[in-house]
Design a protein around this ligand. Structure first.
Ligand SMILES: Cc1cc2nc3c(=O)[nH]c(=O)nc-3n(C[C@H](O)[C@H](O)[C@H](O)COP(=O)(O)OP(=O)(O)OC[C@H]3O[C@@H](n4cnc5c(N)ncnc54)[C@H](O)[C@@H]3O)c2cc1C
Length: 498
Protein backbone atom coordinates (compact mmCIF):
# COMPACT_ATOMS: atom_id res chain seq x y z
CA UNK A 1 0.00 0.00 0.00
CA UNK A 2 1.05 3.62 -0.45
CA UNK A 3 0.13 5.12 2.92
CA UNK A 4 -0.84 3.61 6.26
CA UNK A 5 -2.52 6.09 8.58
CA UNK A 6 -2.54 5.08 12.24
CA UNK A 7 -5.51 6.48 14.13
CA UNK A 8 -9.01 7.38 12.95
CA UNK A 9 -9.44 10.59 14.91
CA UNK A 10 -10.23 13.81 13.05
CA UNK A 11 -6.61 14.16 11.86
CA UNK A 12 -6.23 10.66 10.44
CA UNK A 13 -9.71 10.65 8.88
CA UNK A 14 -9.28 13.95 7.06
CA UNK A 15 -5.87 12.89 5.79
CA UNK A 16 -7.02 9.45 4.63
CA UNK A 17 -9.99 10.98 2.80
CA UNK A 18 -7.74 13.50 1.02
CA UNK A 19 -5.31 10.77 -0.03
CA UNK A 20 -8.00 8.44 -1.31
CA UNK A 21 -9.64 11.30 -3.23
CA UNK A 22 -6.27 11.76 -4.95
CA UNK A 23 -6.23 8.05 -5.92
CA UNK A 24 -3.64 7.10 -3.32
CA UNK A 25 -3.95 3.56 -1.93
CA UNK A 26 -4.52 4.27 1.79
CA UNK A 27 -5.40 2.15 4.80
CA UNK A 28 -6.33 3.36 8.28
CA UNK A 29 -5.84 1.25 11.40
CA UNK A 30 -7.87 2.26 14.44
CA UNK A 31 -7.71 0.45 17.75
CA UNK A 32 -11.31 1.33 18.69
CA UNK A 33 -13.73 -1.12 17.18
CA UNK A 34 -16.59 1.37 16.96
CA UNK A 35 -17.03 5.10 16.60
CA UNK A 36 -16.82 7.14 19.79
CA UNK A 37 -19.90 8.80 21.17
CA UNK A 38 -17.98 10.73 23.78
CA UNK A 39 -16.73 14.06 22.61
CA UNK A 40 -13.56 15.74 23.71
CA UNK A 41 -13.57 18.61 21.22
CA UNK A 42 -16.63 20.73 20.58
CA UNK A 43 -15.41 23.75 18.63
CA UNK A 44 -14.55 24.32 15.00
CA UNK A 45 -12.72 27.50 14.08
CA UNK A 46 -13.02 29.49 10.86
CA UNK A 47 -9.97 28.10 9.06
CA UNK A 48 -11.03 24.52 9.75
CA UNK A 49 -14.52 25.36 8.51
CA UNK A 50 -12.92 26.69 5.34
CA UNK A 51 -10.98 23.44 4.94
CA UNK A 52 -14.21 21.50 5.42
CA UNK A 53 -15.95 23.79 2.93
CA UNK A 54 -13.21 22.97 0.42
CA UNK A 55 -14.27 19.33 0.89
CA UNK A 56 -18.01 19.96 0.68
CA UNK A 57 -18.61 19.21 4.38
CA UNK A 58 -19.07 22.59 6.06
CA UNK A 59 -22.73 23.24 5.27
CA UNK A 60 -23.87 20.02 6.93
CA UNK A 61 -22.09 21.02 10.15
CA UNK A 62 -23.49 24.56 9.95
CA UNK A 63 -26.99 23.10 10.08
CA UNK A 64 -26.36 21.31 13.39
CA UNK A 65 -23.81 23.53 15.15
CA UNK A 66 -24.19 26.65 17.29
CA UNK A 67 -22.38 29.80 16.17
CA UNK A 68 -20.37 31.76 18.73
CA UNK A 69 -19.23 35.19 17.60
CA UNK A 70 -16.76 35.93 20.38
CA UNK A 71 -14.81 34.49 23.30
CA UNK A 72 -14.31 36.35 26.55
CA UNK A 73 -11.42 34.76 28.43
CA UNK A 74 -10.09 37.92 30.12
CA UNK A 75 -12.71 39.99 31.83
CA UNK A 76 -13.60 42.78 29.46
CA UNK A 77 -11.61 41.46 26.54
CA UNK A 78 -13.71 40.04 23.75
CA UNK A 79 -11.97 37.93 21.16
CA UNK A 80 -14.41 38.80 18.43
CA UNK A 81 -14.52 36.56 15.35
CA UNK A 82 -17.32 38.47 13.64
CA UNK A 83 -14.89 40.86 11.88
CA UNK A 84 -12.94 38.04 10.22
CA UNK A 85 -13.10 38.13 6.43
CA UNK A 86 -14.33 34.61 5.87
CA UNK A 87 -17.58 32.81 5.13
CA UNK A 88 -17.37 31.56 8.74
CA UNK A 89 -16.83 34.59 11.03
CA UNK A 90 -17.56 32.60 14.20
CA UNK A 91 -16.61 29.52 16.18
CA UNK A 92 -18.97 26.61 15.58
CA UNK A 93 -19.89 24.54 18.60
CA UNK A 94 -20.47 20.96 17.53
CA UNK A 95 -19.33 17.69 19.07
CA UNK A 96 -16.21 15.95 17.77
CA UNK A 97 -18.21 12.84 16.90
CA UNK A 98 -20.26 14.81 14.36
CA UNK A 99 -17.05 15.95 12.67
CA UNK A 100 -15.70 12.39 12.71
CA UNK A 101 -18.97 11.00 11.32
CA UNK A 102 -18.69 13.21 8.24
CA UNK A 103 -15.01 12.46 7.80
CA UNK A 104 -15.60 8.70 8.08
CA UNK A 105 -18.33 8.88 5.46
CA UNK A 106 -16.13 10.87 3.10
CA UNK A 107 -13.14 8.57 3.62
CA UNK A 108 -15.19 5.42 3.04
CA UNK A 109 -16.86 6.85 -0.06
CA UNK A 110 -13.41 7.72 -1.44
CA UNK A 111 -12.27 4.10 -0.99
CA UNK A 112 -10.16 4.19 2.20
CA UNK A 113 -9.62 0.73 3.72
CA UNK A 114 -10.62 1.00 7.41
CA UNK A 115 -9.29 -1.63 9.80
CA UNK A 116 -11.12 -1.13 13.10
CA UNK A 117 -10.14 -2.87 16.33
CA UNK A 118 -6.55 -3.03 15.02
CA UNK A 119 -3.74 -1.57 17.09
CA UNK A 120 -0.33 -0.54 15.80
CA UNK A 121 2.36 -1.69 18.21
CA UNK A 122 5.70 -0.94 16.55
CA UNK A 123 7.18 0.45 13.34
CA UNK A 124 10.47 -0.05 11.52
CA UNK A 125 11.55 1.80 8.42
CA UNK A 126 14.08 1.14 5.67
CA UNK A 127 14.90 3.16 2.55
CA UNK A 128 11.93 1.76 0.59
CA UNK A 129 9.10 1.60 3.10
CA UNK A 130 7.83 1.11 6.63
CA UNK A 131 6.79 -2.08 8.42
CA UNK A 132 4.05 -1.70 11.01
CA UNK A 133 3.33 -4.45 13.52
CA UNK A 134 -0.35 -4.63 14.37
CA UNK A 135 -2.47 -6.70 16.73
CA UNK A 136 -6.09 -7.76 16.14
CA UNK A 137 -8.80 -8.07 18.80
CA UNK A 138 -8.47 -11.88 18.84
CA UNK A 139 -4.78 -11.55 19.73
CA UNK A 140 -3.52 -12.34 16.23
CA UNK A 141 -0.65 -10.23 14.98
CA UNK A 142 0.57 -9.20 11.53
CA UNK A 143 2.98 -6.82 9.86
CA UNK A 144 1.64 -4.30 7.32
CA UNK A 145 3.96 -2.56 4.90
CA UNK A 146 3.49 0.88 3.35
CA UNK A 147 5.63 3.36 1.45
CA UNK A 148 4.77 6.04 4.03
CA UNK A 149 3.22 5.97 7.51
CA UNK A 150 1.41 8.77 9.31
CA UNK A 151 1.08 8.61 13.08
CA UNK A 152 -2.24 10.31 13.78
CA UNK A 153 -2.66 8.21 16.88
CA UNK A 154 -3.19 10.91 19.45
CA UNK A 155 -1.37 12.17 22.51
CA UNK A 156 -0.06 8.75 23.60
CA UNK A 157 1.17 7.99 20.05
CA UNK A 158 2.70 4.53 19.67
CA UNK A 159 4.27 5.75 16.40
CA UNK A 160 6.04 8.57 18.21
CA UNK A 161 7.31 6.19 20.89
CA UNK A 162 8.41 3.64 18.33
CA UNK A 163 10.42 6.34 16.52
CA UNK A 164 12.07 7.22 19.83
CA UNK A 165 10.97 10.79 19.18
CA UNK A 166 11.09 13.05 22.28
CA UNK A 167 7.91 14.92 23.27
CA UNK A 168 9.31 17.79 25.33
CA UNK A 169 7.09 20.03 27.42
CA UNK A 170 5.37 19.93 30.79
CA UNK A 171 2.08 19.35 32.60
CA UNK A 172 0.17 22.63 32.92
CA UNK A 173 -3.04 21.82 34.70
CA UNK A 174 -4.36 18.75 36.50
CA UNK A 175 -7.62 17.59 38.09
CA UNK A 176 -9.91 19.24 35.56
CA UNK A 177 -13.48 17.98 35.70
CA UNK A 178 -15.54 17.33 32.63
CA UNK A 179 -19.30 16.81 32.77
CA UNK A 180 -21.86 16.59 29.97
CA UNK A 181 -25.14 17.58 31.61
CA UNK A 182 -28.62 19.00 31.22
CA UNK A 183 -29.37 22.39 32.81
CA UNK A 184 -32.46 23.80 34.48
CA UNK A 185 -31.38 27.38 33.71
CA UNK A 186 -29.58 28.56 30.60
CA UNK A 187 -26.31 30.49 30.99
CA UNK A 188 -26.49 34.16 29.98
CA UNK A 189 -23.92 33.73 27.18
CA UNK A 190 -23.55 30.88 24.71
CA UNK A 191 -20.04 30.24 25.94
CA UNK A 192 -19.52 31.03 29.60
CA UNK A 193 -16.16 31.09 31.26
CA UNK A 194 -15.63 32.60 34.67
CA UNK A 195 -13.16 32.17 37.48
CA UNK A 196 -12.22 33.43 40.93
CA UNK A 197 -9.83 32.49 43.72
CA UNK A 198 -11.48 29.00 43.92
CA UNK A 199 -10.95 28.01 40.27
CA UNK A 200 -12.98 28.35 37.08
CA UNK A 201 -15.99 26.90 35.27
CA UNK A 202 -16.77 26.83 31.57
CA UNK A 203 -20.10 26.00 29.92
CA UNK A 204 -20.68 25.28 26.22
CA UNK A 205 -23.89 24.07 24.53
CA UNK A 206 -23.88 21.08 22.17
CA UNK A 207 -27.00 22.50 20.52
CA UNK A 208 -29.22 19.54 21.39
CA UNK A 209 -30.00 20.54 24.99
CA UNK A 210 -26.81 19.04 26.42
CA UNK A 211 -24.05 21.20 27.87
CA UNK A 212 -20.33 20.57 28.28
CA UNK A 213 -19.03 21.75 31.65
CA UNK A 214 -15.31 22.00 32.40
CA UNK A 215 -14.61 22.93 36.01
CA UNK A 216 -11.42 23.27 37.99
CA UNK A 217 -11.02 23.55 41.75
CA UNK A 218 -7.69 25.13 42.60
CA UNK A 219 -7.55 23.45 46.01
CA UNK A 220 -8.24 19.89 44.88
CA UNK A 221 -5.60 17.70 43.24
CA UNK A 222 -6.56 14.09 42.56
CA UNK A 223 -5.51 11.52 39.95
CA UNK A 224 -7.47 11.35 36.67
CA UNK A 225 -8.94 7.98 37.65
CA UNK A 226 -10.38 9.19 40.98
CA UNK A 227 -14.19 8.82 40.81
CA UNK A 228 -16.03 12.03 39.95
CA UNK A 229 -19.56 12.81 41.12
CA UNK A 230 -21.98 15.41 39.82
CA UNK A 231 -22.10 16.82 43.37
CA UNK A 232 -18.41 17.73 43.15
CA UNK A 233 -18.88 19.47 39.79
CA UNK A 234 -21.93 21.37 41.13
CA UNK A 235 -20.04 22.41 44.23
CA UNK A 236 -17.06 23.72 42.24
CA UNK A 237 -19.35 25.53 39.82
CA UNK A 238 -21.29 27.21 42.65
CA UNK A 239 -18.05 28.38 44.29
CA UNK A 240 -16.50 29.66 41.04
CA UNK A 241 -19.44 31.32 39.31
CA UNK A 242 -22.05 31.48 42.06
CA UNK A 243 -24.64 29.21 40.39
CA UNK A 244 -24.65 25.61 39.19
CA UNK A 245 -27.52 26.37 36.75
CA UNK A 246 -29.38 23.33 38.09
CA UNK A 247 -27.20 20.82 36.26
CA UNK A 248 -28.53 17.26 36.31
CA UNK A 249 -28.52 13.85 34.57
CA UNK A 250 -24.85 13.69 33.56
CA UNK A 251 -24.20 11.40 30.60
CA UNK A 252 -20.43 11.64 31.00
CA UNK A 253 -18.28 12.51 34.02
CA UNK A 254 -14.52 12.40 33.81
CA UNK A 255 -11.32 13.98 35.08
CA UNK A 256 -8.42 14.95 32.89
CA UNK A 257 -5.15 16.82 32.94
CA UNK A 258 -3.36 18.77 30.23
CA UNK A 259 0.26 18.95 29.17
CA UNK A 260 1.85 21.31 26.68
CA UNK A 261 4.22 19.40 24.43
CA UNK A 262 5.46 19.37 20.86
CA UNK A 263 7.77 16.99 18.99
CA UNK A 264 10.93 18.56 17.53
CA UNK A 265 10.36 16.99 14.09
CA UNK A 266 7.12 16.23 12.28
CA UNK A 267 8.93 13.99 9.79
CA UNK A 268 11.36 11.16 10.38
CA UNK A 269 12.26 9.57 7.04
CA UNK A 270 9.10 7.93 5.72
CA UNK A 271 7.11 8.51 8.90
CA UNK A 272 5.11 11.65 9.74
CA UNK A 273 3.43 12.76 12.94
CA UNK A 274 0.23 14.80 12.83
CA UNK A 275 -2.39 16.13 15.24
CA UNK A 276 -2.15 15.30 18.94
CA UNK A 277 0.66 12.83 18.18
CA UNK A 278 2.79 15.90 17.34
CA UNK A 279 1.46 18.61 19.67
CA UNK A 280 -0.76 18.85 22.73
CA UNK A 281 -2.03 21.63 24.97
CA UNK A 282 -4.99 22.36 27.20
CA UNK A 283 -8.52 22.78 25.75
CA UNK A 284 -8.25 26.57 26.31
CA UNK A 285 -9.08 28.20 22.98
CA UNK A 286 -10.42 24.92 21.55
CA UNK A 287 -7.63 24.58 19.00
CA UNK A 288 -6.32 20.98 19.24
CA UNK A 289 -8.65 19.21 16.83
CA UNK A 290 -8.58 22.20 14.52
CA UNK A 291 -4.79 22.21 14.35
CA UNK A 292 -4.64 18.47 13.71
CA UNK A 293 -7.09 18.68 10.82
CA UNK A 294 -5.06 21.50 9.31
CA UNK A 295 -1.88 19.41 9.66
CA UNK A 296 -3.69 16.74 7.66
CA UNK A 297 -4.79 19.23 4.99
CA UNK A 298 -1.17 20.35 4.62
CA UNK A 299 0.31 16.84 4.38
CA UNK A 300 -2.24 15.02 2.18
CA UNK A 301 -1.66 16.72 -1.17
CA UNK A 302 2.11 16.66 -0.66
CA UNK A 303 2.17 12.90 -0.08
CA UNK A 304 -0.06 12.37 -3.11
CA UNK A 305 2.18 14.55 -5.30
CA UNK A 306 5.34 12.68 -4.29
CA UNK A 307 3.75 9.24 -4.58
CA UNK A 308 2.47 10.07 -8.05
CA UNK A 309 5.84 11.39 -9.25
CA UNK A 310 4.72 15.01 -9.57
CA UNK A 311 7.11 16.36 -6.95
CA UNK A 312 10.30 15.23 -5.36
CA UNK A 313 10.85 14.23 -1.77
CA UNK A 314 11.84 17.75 -0.64
CA UNK A 315 8.20 18.77 -0.80
CA UNK A 316 7.55 16.44 2.14
CA UNK A 317 10.09 18.35 4.26
CA UNK A 318 7.91 21.42 3.85
CA UNK A 319 5.26 19.70 6.00
CA UNK A 320 7.49 20.14 9.07
CA UNK A 321 8.73 23.56 7.92
CA UNK A 322 5.18 24.88 7.58
CA UNK A 323 3.27 23.13 10.34
CA UNK A 324 5.80 23.01 13.20
CA UNK A 325 5.79 26.82 13.69
CA UNK A 326 1.97 26.77 13.62
CA UNK A 327 1.89 24.07 16.30
CA UNK A 328 4.33 26.07 18.43
CA UNK A 329 2.20 29.22 18.13
CA UNK A 330 -0.96 27.30 19.04
CA UNK A 331 0.67 25.92 22.20
CA UNK A 332 1.69 29.47 23.17
CA UNK A 333 -1.75 30.99 22.59
CA UNK A 334 -3.44 28.18 24.48
CA UNK A 335 -0.97 28.68 27.34
CA UNK A 336 -1.75 32.40 27.52
CA UNK A 337 -5.50 31.72 27.67
CA UNK A 338 -5.08 29.05 30.32
CA UNK A 339 -2.88 31.14 32.58
CA UNK A 340 -5.37 34.01 32.36
CA UNK A 341 -8.11 31.88 33.91
CA UNK A 342 -5.99 29.90 36.38
CA UNK A 343 -4.01 32.82 37.84
CA UNK A 344 -3.34 32.04 41.49
CA UNK A 345 -4.10 35.30 43.23
CA UNK A 346 -6.68 38.00 42.88
CA UNK A 347 -3.87 40.47 42.23
CA UNK A 348 -2.45 38.50 39.31
CA UNK A 349 -5.92 37.93 37.88
CA UNK A 350 -6.69 41.61 38.32
CA UNK A 351 -3.44 42.57 36.59
CA UNK A 352 -4.25 40.26 33.72
CA UNK A 353 -7.70 41.74 33.46
CA UNK A 354 -6.20 45.25 33.49
CA UNK A 355 -3.72 44.15 30.82
CA UNK A 356 -6.69 42.71 28.98
CA UNK A 357 -8.59 45.98 29.31
CA UNK A 358 -5.62 47.88 27.89
CA UNK A 359 -5.43 45.37 25.06
CA UNK A 360 -9.15 45.87 24.61
CA UNK A 361 -8.68 49.61 24.17
CA UNK A 362 -5.89 49.01 21.68
CA UNK A 363 -8.15 46.61 19.79
CA UNK A 364 -5.27 45.34 17.73
CA UNK A 365 -4.40 42.60 20.24
CA UNK A 366 -7.92 41.20 20.13
CA UNK A 367 -7.94 41.30 16.36
CA UNK A 368 -4.66 39.38 16.27
CA UNK A 369 -5.96 36.89 18.83
CA UNK A 370 -9.09 36.31 16.74
CA UNK A 371 -6.98 35.71 13.63
CA UNK A 372 -4.62 33.44 15.58
CA UNK A 373 -7.23 31.32 17.34
CA UNK A 374 -9.43 31.04 14.25
CA UNK A 375 -6.48 29.98 12.07
CA UNK A 376 -7.34 32.70 9.55
CA UNK A 377 -4.03 34.44 10.23
CA UNK A 378 -1.88 31.39 9.36
CA UNK A 379 0.59 32.03 6.55
CA UNK A 380 3.52 29.89 5.54
CA UNK A 381 7.00 31.25 4.97
CA UNK A 382 8.01 29.76 1.70
CA UNK A 383 11.19 29.98 -0.30
CA UNK A 384 9.22 29.38 -3.50
CA UNK A 385 8.17 32.81 -4.64
CA UNK A 386 8.80 36.51 -4.29
CA UNK A 387 5.21 37.73 -4.61
CA UNK A 388 3.83 38.85 -1.22
CA UNK A 389 0.83 36.53 -1.56
CA UNK A 390 2.98 33.40 -1.84
CA UNK A 391 2.37 31.12 1.15
CA UNK A 392 -0.67 33.09 2.28
CA UNK A 393 -4.17 31.76 2.83
CA UNK A 394 -6.27 32.52 -0.21
CA UNK A 395 -9.75 33.65 0.85
CA UNK A 396 -12.89 32.25 -0.72
CA UNK A 397 -12.62 34.34 -3.91
CA UNK A 398 -15.67 35.02 -6.03
CA UNK A 399 -15.26 33.40 -9.43
CA UNK A 400 -16.88 34.20 -12.75
CA UNK A 401 -19.16 31.33 -13.82
CA UNK A 402 -19.46 27.96 -12.06
CA UNK A 403 -18.27 27.11 -9.51
CA UNK A 404 -18.91 30.55 -8.11
CA UNK A 405 -16.45 30.36 -5.20
CA UNK A 406 -12.83 29.26 -4.88
CA UNK A 407 -13.60 26.79 -2.08
CA UNK A 408 -16.11 25.07 -4.31
CA UNK A 409 -13.44 24.82 -7.02
CA UNK A 410 -11.04 23.29 -4.45
CA UNK A 411 -13.47 20.41 -3.86
CA UNK A 412 -11.88 18.50 -6.74
CA UNK A 413 -8.76 18.17 -4.55
CA UNK A 414 -6.44 19.68 -7.16
CA UNK A 415 -4.59 22.96 -7.49
CA UNK A 416 -6.70 25.83 -8.82
CA UNK A 417 -5.28 28.38 -11.24
CA UNK A 418 -7.21 31.64 -10.88
CA UNK A 419 -6.52 34.06 -13.71
CA UNK A 420 -7.69 35.53 -16.96
CA UNK A 421 -6.93 33.81 -20.25
CA UNK A 422 -4.90 31.05 -18.63
CA UNK A 423 -7.03 28.06 -19.67
CA UNK A 424 -5.01 27.33 -22.82
CA UNK A 425 -1.70 27.35 -20.94
CA UNK A 426 -3.08 25.06 -18.26
CA UNK A 427 -4.79 22.62 -20.65
CA UNK A 428 -1.91 20.10 -20.75
CA UNK A 429 -2.20 19.71 -16.94
CA UNK A 430 -5.91 18.87 -17.04
CA UNK A 431 -6.77 16.70 -14.06
CA UNK A 432 -3.97 18.22 -11.96
CA UNK A 433 -5.25 21.78 -11.95
CA UNK A 434 -8.68 23.37 -12.22
CA UNK A 435 -8.85 26.70 -14.00
CA UNK A 436 -11.09 29.52 -12.82
CA UNK A 437 -11.65 33.09 -13.90
CA UNK A 438 -11.80 35.63 -11.13
CA UNK A 439 -14.89 37.76 -10.74
CA UNK A 440 -14.18 41.40 -11.52
CA UNK A 441 -11.58 43.09 -9.40
CA UNK A 442 -8.93 40.44 -8.70
CA UNK A 443 -5.59 41.42 -10.23
CA UNK A 444 -2.88 38.83 -9.62
CA UNK A 445 -2.91 35.44 -11.27
CA UNK A 446 -2.83 32.86 -8.49
CA UNK A 447 -1.94 29.19 -8.33
CA UNK A 448 -3.79 27.94 -5.25
CA UNK A 449 -2.60 24.76 -3.52
CA UNK A 450 -5.16 22.08 -2.69
CA UNK A 451 -5.01 23.24 0.96
CA UNK A 452 -6.02 26.79 0.01
CA UNK A 453 -2.65 28.58 0.28
CA UNK A 454 -1.01 30.43 -2.60
CA UNK A 455 1.73 28.36 -4.25
CA UNK A 456 2.55 31.11 -6.72
CA UNK A 457 1.23 34.54 -7.65
CA UNK A 458 2.17 37.09 -10.29
CA UNK A 459 0.82 40.34 -11.70
CA UNK A 460 0.09 40.03 -15.42
CA UNK A 461 2.33 37.00 -16.04
CA UNK A 462 3.22 35.87 -19.57
CA UNK A 463 1.98 32.44 -20.69
CA UNK A 464 5.55 31.19 -20.33
CA UNK A 465 5.66 32.32 -16.70
CA UNK A 466 2.36 30.58 -15.98
CA UNK A 467 3.61 27.42 -17.68
CA UNK A 468 6.81 27.53 -15.66
CA UNK A 469 4.87 27.82 -12.40
CA UNK A 470 2.61 24.93 -13.39
CA UNK A 471 5.60 22.74 -14.25
CA UNK A 472 7.23 23.57 -10.96
CA UNK A 473 4.17 22.66 -8.90
CA UNK A 474 2.47 19.98 -10.96
CA UNK A 475 5.38 18.28 -12.67
CA UNK A 476 5.96 17.98 -16.37
CA UNK A 477 2.65 18.29 -18.25
CA UNK A 478 1.44 14.77 -19.09
CA UNK A 479 0.15 15.84 -22.51
CA UNK A 480 3.47 17.41 -23.38
CA UNK A 481 5.66 14.75 -21.93
CA UNK A 482 7.78 13.01 -24.54
CA UNK A 483 9.48 9.89 -23.29
CA UNK A 484 12.75 9.97 -25.23
CA UNK A 485 14.39 6.65 -25.61
CA UNK A 486 16.91 6.13 -22.84
CA UNK A 487 19.26 4.81 -25.48
CA UNK A 488 19.04 8.15 -27.27
CA UNK A 489 19.46 10.50 -24.35
CA UNK A 490 20.40 8.37 -21.37
CA UNK A 491 18.14 10.63 -19.23
CA UNK A 492 14.68 10.39 -17.75
CA UNK A 493 12.32 13.16 -16.69
CA UNK A 494 12.92 14.08 -13.10
CA UNK A 495 9.95 14.97 -10.92
CA UNK A 496 9.41 18.65 -10.22
CA UNK A 497 11.92 20.21 -7.84
CA UNK A 498 10.55 22.37 -5.03
C1 LIG B 1 -11.74 18.04 27.42
C2 LIG B 1 -11.18 18.35 26.08
C3 LIG B 1 -11.80 19.30 25.29
C4 LIG B 1 -11.30 19.60 24.04
N1 LIG B 1 -11.92 20.54 23.29
C5 LIG B 1 -11.45 20.87 22.08
C6 LIG B 1 -12.11 21.81 21.26
O1 LIG B 1 -13.14 22.37 21.62
N2 LIG B 1 -11.60 22.10 20.03
C7 LIG B 1 -10.48 21.47 19.57
O2 LIG B 1 -10.04 21.77 18.45
N3 LIG B 1 -9.84 20.54 20.31
C8 LIG B 1 -10.29 20.21 21.55
N4 LIG B 1 -9.68 19.27 22.28
C9 LIG B 1 -8.53 18.55 21.71
C10 LIG B 1 -8.99 17.51 20.68
O3 LIG B 1 -9.88 16.60 21.25
C11 LIG B 1 -7.78 16.79 20.11
O4 LIG B 1 -6.82 17.75 19.73
C12 LIG B 1 -8.16 15.96 18.89
O5 LIG B 1 -9.01 14.89 19.25
C13 LIG B 1 -6.91 15.42 18.21
O6 LIG B 1 -7.29 14.67 17.10
P1 LIG B 1 -6.30 13.54 16.57
O7 LIG B 1 -7.02 12.90 15.43
O8 LIG B 1 -4.96 14.12 16.34
O9 LIG B 1 -6.15 12.52 17.79
P2 LIG B 1 -7.28 11.68 18.52
O10 LIG B 1 -8.60 12.32 18.44
O11 LIG B 1 -6.72 11.36 19.88
O12 LIG B 1 -7.37 10.36 17.66
C14 LIG B 1 -6.34 9.39 17.69
C15 LIG B 1 -6.95 8.06 17.28
O13 LIG B 1 -5.90 7.08 17.22
C16 LIG B 1 -6.35 5.89 17.81
N5 LIG B 1 -5.15 5.18 18.26
C17 LIG B 1 -4.34 5.53 19.28
N6 LIG B 1 -3.30 4.67 19.36
C18 LIG B 1 -3.46 3.77 18.37
C19 LIG B 1 -2.72 2.64 17.95
N7 LIG B 1 -1.58 2.29 18.56
N8 LIG B 1 -3.15 1.91 16.90
C20 LIG B 1 -4.32 2.27 16.26
N9 LIG B 1 -5.08 3.33 16.63
C21 LIG B 1 -4.64 4.08 17.67
C22 LIG B 1 -7.26 6.33 18.93
O14 LIG B 1 -8.17 5.31 19.29
C23 LIG B 1 -7.96 7.54 18.31
O15 LIG B 1 -9.14 7.19 17.65
C24 LIG B 1 -10.15 18.93 23.56
C25 LIG B 1 -9.53 17.97 24.34
C26 LIG B 1 -10.03 17.69 25.59
C27 LIG B 1 -9.33 16.66 26.44
Amino acid sequence: MDVLVIGAGPTGLLLAGDLAKSDVDVTVVERRDRESHLSRAFSLHARTMEQLDARGLADELLRIGTRVRSLRPLGRVDIDFSGLRTRFPFMLITPQWEVERLLVRRAEEAGVTMLRGVQATAIRQDPDGVDVDVSYPDGATATLRARYVVGADGAGSAVRRSLGMPFPGKPVVSSMMLADVLLEREPDRILNLAGNEHGFTFFAPFGDGWYRVIAWDRARRVPDDAPLTLAEVRDTTRRTIGDDLGMHDPRWLSRFHSDERQVPRYREGRVFLAGDAAHIHSPAGGMGMNTGMQDAANLGWKLAAVLQGRADDALLDSYHAERHPVGRAVVRVSHALLTAVTARTRLVRALRIVAGAVAHRLGVVEARAARGISGIGIAYRTPWGAHPLTGRRVPDLRLAGEPARLYEALRQGTFVLVGREVAAVAAPWAGRVAVASPAAGLRPTLLVRPDGYAAWAAEDPTPEEVGKALTRWLGEAPARRREPSRAMTGRRHAPARH
